[in-house]
Write a protein that binds this ligand. Structure first.
Ligand code: PMM
Length: 272
């Protein structure tokens, strides 16, 4: 299905709720590891007005290592099937083409790839054949070593350049321009100052010409700003950021909690 056929609202950012079925994601690792707890959380997000549920089976936290494809599929497919049956719009957060394909065959509608096709050479071709929307996120290297690559002279220009190159490669492989969404990859091969520099130049990212998704929820740079080691203590800073991102006109925000962010975008919409 094309992005334009999903009937998303266009007057506010979409709320993409995070559902990590992993033991080790940085903020919600271990919370939704069982099928029952993941399904319960997904249904809760639907009742709170989530637009997209982003289901992931493999942690991408800095320093994390890969799991097997079989393990990834075992974690995500039953949950995708169950939530899609409830009418949820699901994105699959994966770097693997096989997982992307099986997830879409199980009911996911969007592929979210934090490697923008760099991890798996088959990703672009598979997504092009599926004909579904594709989120290409900027990073450098793999999660295990990405933070040593957080070296930039001009982070905005370099990320736009590298993401633009991935976008062109995805289009060359047959992904439709109307199905492409770009994400600068907050916290991926980036230090705090890089994240803020990107967030302060969102117009430059929007000018590339594709919808922009931002995933900043509870990340380390927010903890550093407000002095919160614990990830759930970074929620109020995340909500404040969502309000500002709504004002900045992003397409979507990828967040751990749903209702507070639905409320935040309503506030932003009412403040003319
Ligand atoms: N961040 C994480 C995972 N997937 N996907 C996109 N598109 N953008 C992000 O910023 C992003 C992502 C890491 O966060 P998590 O461990 O809470 O899932």
């Amino acid at each position: 299905m094309l992005l334009s056929q999903m009937n998303f609202p266009t007057d506010r950012p979409l709320i993409m709720g995070i559902l990590n079925i992993t033991p080790d994601s940085f903020a919600d690792g271990g919370k939704f590891e069982s099928f029952d707890s993941a399904l319960h959380r997904g249904l809760e997000m639907i009742s709170e007005g989530v637009d997209i549920i982003d289901v992931g089976g493999e942690s991408t936290r800095p320093g994390s290592h890969r799991i097997s494809t079989d393990e990834e599929l075992r974690r995500v497919l039953p949950v995708i099937e169950a939530l899609a049956a409830k009418g949820a719009v699901i994105s699959i957060d994966t770097k693997r083409a096989i997982t992307a394909r099986q997830a879409v065959e199980s009911g996911a509608l969007i592929v979210n790839d934090v490697s923008a096709g760099l991890s798996d050479p088959d990703m672009f071709g598979v997504v092009a054949a599926l004909g579904c929307p594709y989120i290409a996120m900027h990073t450098r290297g793999e999660s295990a070593d990405m933070q040593v690559r957080a070296v930039y002279d001009d982070v905005v220009a370099e990320v736009i350049n590298e993401l633009g190159e991935r976008a062109r490669a995805s289009l060359a492989a047959g992904i439709l321009p109307e199905n492409l969404i770009l994400d600068p990859g907050i916290g991926f091969a980036k230090e705090s100052e890089h994240n803020w520099e990107i967030l302060n130049h969102l117009d430059a990212f929007k000018a590339i010409g594709y919808p922009i998704l931002i995933g900043a929820s509870r990340k380390r740079f927010l903890g550093k700003l407000v002095g919160s080691e614990k990830t759930d203590e970074r929620e109020s800073a995340t909500i404040a950021l969502t309000t500002l991102l709504a004002k900045a006109g992003v397409w979507g925000v990828r967040v751990h909690s749903v209702k507070p962010h639905r409320d935040a975008v309503e506030v932003a919409r009412s403040m003319k």
